[in-house]
Design a protein around this ligand. Structure first.
Ligand code: CDP
Length: 218
């Protein structure tokens, strides 16, 4: 008999600190961390590598049909290969991937395929997954939903401090206004504004709320 595993959904806009927080929470809970954005980034990288324009939806969908994805796990971190290739952190956060990923992520066929891959992870293990539609679309039934926010100024500053060229405002706009699974605050999510909080404080707050929602005092 399969026992349903713990699934923690963490959503929020770019550079809200959600991936740092999600990674820490996964470690504390002893479950796997998965960045769903990494999957959209990997497929965007492949599209650009093949010389396909992200605006050419038909060509992107044709490429999707020829692409093999493989999700795995290594030391608590979710891994994801496209056509057998694991991408480096640098490749996934390259400037041209940053500026094109939100366009690729508006394509419903791409979303449907990657959502299926995301759900497949949870068949094997408990996990913390972060993204834009994890609580609203990918795992709507989990009670553990969080939305990590921060002011646009703080988010721009965080990206600059990482030395990464990123079009945060443009991505925010595309992510929130797209038709297919836009970035929303899931109805039953706990919203944490991280603008004035340390990573430690956000992690503590989330872990405490997981305890409350599971009926266990933490
Ligand atoms: O780390 P950051 O928040 O900047 O971005 P990310 O999580 O790596 O996601 C990159 C982009 O992928 C987002 O701006 C979205 O356009 C898209 N994405 C999505 O549409 N749905 C998800 N569940 C995750 C990411």
């Amino acid at each position: 008999m399969s026992v349903s595993a713990l699934i923690v959904a963490i959503d929020g806009p770019a550079a809200s600190g959600k991936s740092t927080v999600a990674k820490r929470i996964a470690k504390e809970l002893g479950i796997v961390f998965v960045s769903s954005g990494g999957m959209y980034r990997a497929f965007t990288w492949l599209t650009l590598e093949k010389g396909i324009s992200p605006a050419d939806t038909d060509a992107v969908i044709a490429l999707l049909g020829e692409t093999e994805f493989k999700g795995g796990e290594e030391e608590g971190l979710g891994t994801f290969a496209v056509n057998g290739r694991f991408l480096t952190r640098e490749e996934l956060s390259a400037a041209d991937v940053n500026s094109n990923v939100s366009v690729i992520a508006t394509i419903p066929e791409v979303r449907a395929r990657l959502v299926a891959e995301q759900r497949a992870y949870a068949e094997k293990t408990g996990l913390v997954m972060e993204g834009r539609d994890i609580g609203s679309v990918v795992f709507p039934d989990t009670p553990y939903k969080f939305y990590i926010d921060a002011s646009p100024e703080v988010r721009e500053q965080r990206r600059r401090a990482e030395g990464i060229t990123d079009s945060i405002a443009a991505r925010d706009k595309t992510d929130s206004s797209r038709k297919a699974s836009p970035l929303v605050v899931p109805e039953d999510a706990i919203v944490v504004d991280s603008s004035e909080l340390s990573v430690e404080e956000v992690v503590e707050r989330v872990i405490a709320e997981i305890g409350v929602r599971s009926g266990r005092p933490s």
